[in-house]
Design a protein around this ligand. Structure first.
Ligand SMILES: [Zn+2]
Length: 353
């Protein structure tokens, strides 16, 4: 169903990775120079110009593609820049594009606040983050490296000074379309997804990906108990009538409701794994994460394993399966369920339409 849009522009040689996925809706796939290798952003015809959903990571290759697109097929310019959440492959080029096009940036204020925190600029913030990681078992050297550069290079980018807010339940008129604004937690504190009921189309950002599982973690800043909010968001999505999912990574797909159910099942399996590996003598989050995911060879992945493990431990604690003990030195987690007993983990709830 995809058709290639006008491509050879400016240098007349290299095609732009820009294609029309539905009439008047373009997918622009940009390179990312850390972690995952690409991100999909979307352009929706909006009168004479284009409304943008997410912006791409700030790297030279992505800027070059943007400059060619703005001089070629997107010469009509941008009307609005919507940013789903603060991660740098989504927010990265928002300020740069705003400066070039004058288009306003629409984003949740909580996401702007978290984006600022990822820079960890003050000594107090650095000390807090290091202490948070240390208490959860991250090696001191790894914690220092995360705060001293790893976090900034993987998570931080230019943060807009001013944004226009978006509210849950708001209707956003873009061209001929009326999108419902969804504000969904779990992957980040308040991710924007856009749903167009007439087209049965969902723009998901990172909230619902087909081939990879969105990262759900507890960090020194941002969402403090993300898994329940993420599961709520999957219930919301499962209640929608969906024919087209436009995700931030990999291809456009159709089985959005089925994928939401699949992600609930994924977290149910993860909770069982964490329970099965949690030793009776107690573990910190890093020890348990390594027992489930394997030892991590670099500071970033040690940090990510800690955060994902904590998210699941908090769910298990609320449901009575684990408890934690906190001393100034460490937070340790202990199983409550008797050894060998299968925990009752009922995540699905009522996910019927
Ligand atoms: Zn993300």
């Amino acid at each position: 169903m995809s058709t290639s849009l006008a491509t050879s522009v400016i240098d007349g040689l290299v095609e732009l990775p820009l294609k029309e996925v539905l009439p008047g809706i373009l997918m622009f796939t940009l390179p990312v120079d850390y972690g995952i290798d690409h991100v999909n952003i979307y352009l929706i015809r909006d009168g004479e110009g284009w409304c943008l959903f997410d912006t791409g990571a700030d790297c030279e290759a992505a800027r070059a593609l943007w400059l060619r697109a703005l001089a070629g097929p997107l010469a009509a310019g941008l009307t609005r820049i919507i940013v789903s959440h603060h991660h740098p492959d989504h927010l990265g080029l928002a300020v740069w594009l705003h400066e070039r096009t004058g288009a306003p940036i629409l984003m949740r204020e909580e996401e702007v606040a978290v984006a600022r925190q990822t820079h960890v600029v003050s000594a107090g913030d650095r000390a807090y983050c290091i202490d948070f990681m240390r208490r959860h078992g991250v090696a001191p050297d790894d914690a220092q490296q995360v705060v001293g550069g790893v976090l900034q290079s993987n998570m931080a980018c230019a943060v807009p000074a001013r944004v226009e807010p978006l509210e849950a339940g708001q209707t956003l008129h873009i061209g001929d379309h009326a999108f419902d604004v969804l504000v969904l937690g779990g992957h980040s504190i308040a991710q924007i997804c856009l749903y167009e009921p007439r087209l049965k189309l969902l723009l998901t950002g990172d909230q619902l990906l087909e081939r990879i599982t969105p990262n759900i973690g507890v960090w020194p800043y941002g969402e403090t108990d993300p898994l329940p909010r993420y599961l709520d968001s999957l219930r919301t999505i499962a209640g929608l009538d969906i024919e087209h999912v436009l995700p931030a990574h990999h291809r456009v797909y159709h089985a959005g409701v089925e994928r939401a159910h699949g992600l609930v099942a994924h977290h149910q399996r993860a909770l069982r794994k964490f329970m099965a590996r949690l030793g009776a003598g107690g573990m910190n989050a890093t020890e348990l994460g390594y027992a489930v995911y394997g030892a991590q060879s670099d500071p970033l992945h040690a940090y990510l394993a800690m955060g994902e493990t904590l998210a699941h431990l908090l769910w298990l604690e609320r449901s009575g399966h684990v408890l934690h003990e906190e001393t100034p030195a460490a937070t340790r987690w202990y199983p409550v369920t008797a050894a060998g007993e299968e925990p009752t983990l009922t995540l699905s709830g009522d996910m019927s339409r």
